[in-house]
Design a binder for this molecule. Sequence first.
Ligand SMILES: CC(C)(COP(=O)(O)OP(=O)(O)OC[C@H]1O[C@@H](n2cnc3c(N)ncnc32)[C@H](O)[C@@H]1OP(=O)(O)O)[C@@H](O)C(=O)NCCC(=O)NCCS
Length: 160
Amino acid sequence: MHEHVPKNYLRMLTLPWAHLLLLGVSLALFLSSSSLLSLMAPVLLPAGWLLMDSYYVQYIERCLREDLWDIQKTYMEREDSHFWVAESEGEVVAIVSAKPCPVIQMECPLELAWLSVRWSHRNRGIARALSRTVLSFAQQHGYKAVILDVSMVNLEGQRL
Ligand SMILES: CC(C)(COP(=O)(O)OP(=O)(O)OC[C@H]1O[C@@H](n2cnc3c(N)ncnc32)[C@H](O)[C@@H]1OP(=O)(O)O)[C@@H](O)C(=O)NCCC(=O)NCCS
């Protein structure tokens, strides 16, 4: 998750509301005669970065506390969910999970989540293989669909 911070930050800077905010704050600082306020101008961009970074860190910590704290309990003790790892030379190099989508629908699809491959092992088809494993699991358990949430900036994920 954390590797997506720079891409998300750059994308945020391209959004019209971010331009308006930066323009508005810069204008306000320019018009104000307070020297304290004018000192704030150069810290706006790094402050935005830190805010986004801390949002991601908090999200990751929350997931580690909740969903991923006890993988055995969250994923392995139920028939309709599962968690897989890929190993290479005795080390875990990739993970993926599957569990029923939390959204209550007539036909609840299976959600593929936490798909992540270690940098050193990317572009070797590991994510593709893990996704196939999840699709087989879904078929065996009678699911009609599998969903995967991918952010707009995650081009590798979209390609997958
Ligand atoms: C997304 C991710 C799981 C892909 O893992 P991977 O093992 O490198 O992917 P694979 O080698 O199985 O490749 C699967 C497809 O994605 C494409 N792909 C992978 N990395 C890519 C990249 N950097 N740029 C463009 N396409 C890429 C591959 O070309 C392949 O498509 P193809 O068969 O049509 O050529 C990995 O980059 C990752 O862990 N990212 C961080 C975690 C994340 O974003 N998870 C959410 C994933 S939805």
